[in-house]
Design a protein around this ligand. Structure first.
Ligand SMILES: N[C@@H](CCC(=O)N[C@@H](CS)C(=O)NCC(=O)O)C(=O)O
Length: 231
């Protein structure tokens, strides 16, 4: 493990992740929103075998991201976001207050749509990248359908929860790094297909937390080509 910065050591927070992991980006955005110093330990997903650290800290799934706080692991990206939101709930200078809405109904809705991203969007995106021919085109159409549904949830609001950047924005914004790949690989014009989502992406990108974490569309596309062996 690389030596931690003094601040990260003081906070006792480590995030084990790979730079282009959509799930892990959520954890890192949440930590940055809350101004929590943390050590980043890279787990290279291009290497098949998971490290001893991952196998020890997440023996059930052996997946990343993993947040290690005071030596104890928290696994599952949205679980990590909720944990960070609860533990660092005090307003630090310039930090986000709560990522989850205060209202129970709004909280339930935010969790519902975050799960929709994990199940529907991620699944269609994976099929889009891994399939060929008609199957690929069907996956793209399905993916666009899911994105339009999310666009309807966003409506005229600045962010999914209203005026403030919050839980569902954190859950979904990492996927926007793939939009360039959808265009290059699926031949769609994202601006024309989902204009409101694209405005939301630009709004999110004004945030330091998002800019610091999200890779460029080109870098994401290149690594997906490598992962999925796309010519
Ligand atoms: N539901 C999990 C999904 C995490 C996940 O699937 N991570 C993948 C990378 S996208 C992983 O670590 N896979 C381990 C491997 O490929 O060996 C979460 O939200 O954290």
């Amino acid at each position: 493990m690389a030596p931690a910065s003094r601040e990260a050591a003081a906070a006792g927070v480590t995030c084990v992740d790979f730079w282009c992991n959509e799930f892990g980006m959520r954890a890192r955005i949440a930590l940055r929103e809350k101004r929590v110093p943390f050590e980043f330990v890279e787990e290279d997903l291009r290497v098949r075998q998971r490290s001893d650290l991952v196998r020890r800290m997440n023996p059930v799934h052996r997946s990343i991201p993993i947040l290690i706080h005071g030596g104890r692991p928290v696994c599952g990206s949205m679980n990590i976001v909720e944990y960070v939101d609860e533990v660092w709930s005090q307003k630090e200078a310039g930090a986000a207050t709560r990522l989850l809405p205060a209202d129970p109904l709004e909280r339930a809705r935010a969790r519902f749509w975050a799960e929709f991203v994990d199940q529907k969007v991620y699944d269609a995106q994976t099929r889009f990248f891994t399939s060929r021919g008609e199957e690929k085109m069907a996956a793209m159409a399905e993916l666009l359908g899911h994105l339009r549904r999310l666009e309807a949830v966003l409506g005229n609001k600045a962010f999914f929860g209203g005026d403030e950047f919050g839980f569902l924005d954190v859950a979904f914004v990492p996927f926007s790094a793939m939009f360039y790949g959808y265009e290059q690989h699926g031949g769609v014009d994202m601006e024309a297909e989902c204009p409101a989502l694209l405005r939301w992406v630009r709004r999110c990108a004004e945030r330091e937390s998002v800019r610091d974490v999200l890779p460029s569309g080109l870098d994401m596309y290149e690594i997906h080509r490598e992962f999925y062996q796309i010519e």
